[in-house]
Write a protein that binds this ligand. Structure first.
Ligand code: VGL
Ligand code: ZN
Length: 234
């Protein structure tokens, strides 16, 4: 028992996410891997981009500082073909930010954004990518939009992200980026549905609409997720 405790304290020295518990008179050490999901930190969502999120660039230094504190860092990338039906330009007579229906789902029509291979689809120049172990692309099917990093909006197809995280022993998923009321929100909901302990990092996210973000955060909490500040992770 003394030896186990010693072993546990050694592990705790390396990472504070683990904890010990005693069952059947035996002390166990449990280690929960924590992953950070960088959601759509792409030029088109930054000031000057085609679908700029207000102050979207402010998340970058926060996310760069956070990355060394988590066990695994993964990024998502909105990656649309030019004929994507979420683009208002592909609906004659319709304007960006009008709401229509797509695949039976409510669909906001967006300005063209994150077109495959365009500069706008690239990750922000100043975002640290050296710890990003995998990039999950989404939004390739022109017939349906895909806000979440886990599934398209109709839950028709998985990106494989949930199985990837499980394969890496991840239990806790920290989600942040752009936009807080769309892709961050939908990713957090799917993370909860997939059974992960889910944390939306508020100060490392920025929304398109502040009102929408308030509703999104309340919804994540109602589903069992937590809304946290980056300072709680550092
Ligand atoms: C997003 C609208 C359209 C996002 C992506 O990353 O939040 N929003 N495509
Ligand atoms: Zn998009």
């Amino acid at each position: 028992m003394v030896e186990t405790q010693h072993f546990a304290s050694l592990l705790l020295f390396y990472n504070s996410t683990g904890y010990t518990y005693t069952a059947f008179g035996v002390e166990f050490y449990t280690y929960h891997m924590r992953a950070l999901l960088l959601i759509d930190i792409q030029n088109d969502f930054l000031p000057g981009g085609s679908l700029a999120v207000p102050a979207g660039d402010q998340v970058i230094p926060v996310l760069n500082n956070l990355q060394p504190h988590l066990d695994l860092v993964v990024a998502t990338q909105d990656w649309h073909p030019q004929n994507h039906k979420s683009f208002a330009s592909n609906h004659p007579g319709k304007q960006p930010f009008e709401v229509t229906a797509l695949q039976g789902l409510e669909q906001v029509l967006w300005p063209d954004h994150c077109v495959q291979h365009s500069e706008g689809a690239n990750f922000a120049e100043s975002l640290h990518m050296n710890k990003v172990e995998a990039i999950f692309r989404k939004g390739m099917n022109p017939e349906i939009d895909s806000y979440s990093g886990f599934y398209d909006n109709g839950h028709l197809k998985s990106t494989g992200l949930a199985d990837y995280l499980r394969g890496r022993q991840v239990q806790q998923v920290y989600i942040a980026g752009l936009a807080g009321d769309y892709c961050v929100y939908f990713s957090a909901k799917d993370a909860l549905l997939e059974g992960f302990d889910t944390f939306l990092i508020e100060d490392a996210s920025r929304p398109i609409s502040q009102d929408g973000f308030e509703k999104a955060k309340a919804d994540v909490v109602s589903m069992g997720g937590q809304v946290v500040q980056s300072s709680s992770i550092l």
